[in-house]
Design a protein around this ligand. Sequence first.
Ligand SMILES: [Ca+2]
Length: 310
Amino acid sequence: MRLTEIAFGKPALPGVTKERRRRGASRTRPPEFKTSLMRGIRLPVCFRYGYVRVNWIDQAEIGVLNMRMKLLSSVALAASMALAIGSVAHASTNLITNGSFSSSTYAAGTNDQFGTGFGGQGVTGWTGGSGYQLYEGTSPQTPASSQYGGGERFYDSFNAASPDGGAFVAIDGDADVRGSISQTLNNLEIGKVYTLTFDWAAGQLANRSGATTEQFAVTFGGQTINTAVLNIASGGFSGWQTATMFFTATQATQTLTFLSIGTPNGLPPMAALDGVSLTVPEPATWAMMLVGFGGIGAMIRRRRQTLVAA
Ligand SMILES: [Ca+2]
């Protein structure tokens, strides 16, 4: 098991004001947090008057960690969390350049093919592979300039902007021209867990017909994680979804690559990508968490004092 995020805080108690809490109303136990598995990685655990939210990688071990949390005393839990702080990941600065694909050398209002095999490199911060990549700088229904094969626009069903908005890239998963995009990151901290999130979707080009499957194989350093496989009917669009992955840096410099894998050949299956974010904890985040530890300790002390006074 590898912890990737620990967040905690003091949830607001419904109907309990600060004044009432000073008078002892905080002894009312807050409502239990329901075990919530968001994308299989998030689990809030009720912890006295605070709460602990733990993210980790292996869904099969959720029950084990939950049990350990309940068995640990408050102090032991705080200590174990302090020890785990080195592997804590929390929302922080995005290390990716142009993760929103808003920057390119292409003319505004155009769609363009790019990559080493098709049209060269024009997407800031990214390198297109030898396969087929489209830079969608405007509507997915606008044919790409210098297109390969002709009429490279998406079906009208591909009509939703990504959660990130604006431009995105679309990558051919056809095994004959399997596309990819990459970005190399420097100054990584070896042993640290990095959190990768991105928006992705599957769609088809309008001059083809037939059902397809799409997925991304995401490689960072020597580690590869695959998304789920999207199945779409002929002329269909999967809609956008968000993926979260965790990678441990093993080198100071590593390359992040999104490889499109689709079936069958010839249609082609196209996977869209946007909103790429890679984060690692910052000292400021840790400092905030240490303040939080202090807050939990203070709550525990207040409770004990209250109980003694009663
Ligand atoms: Ca975008």
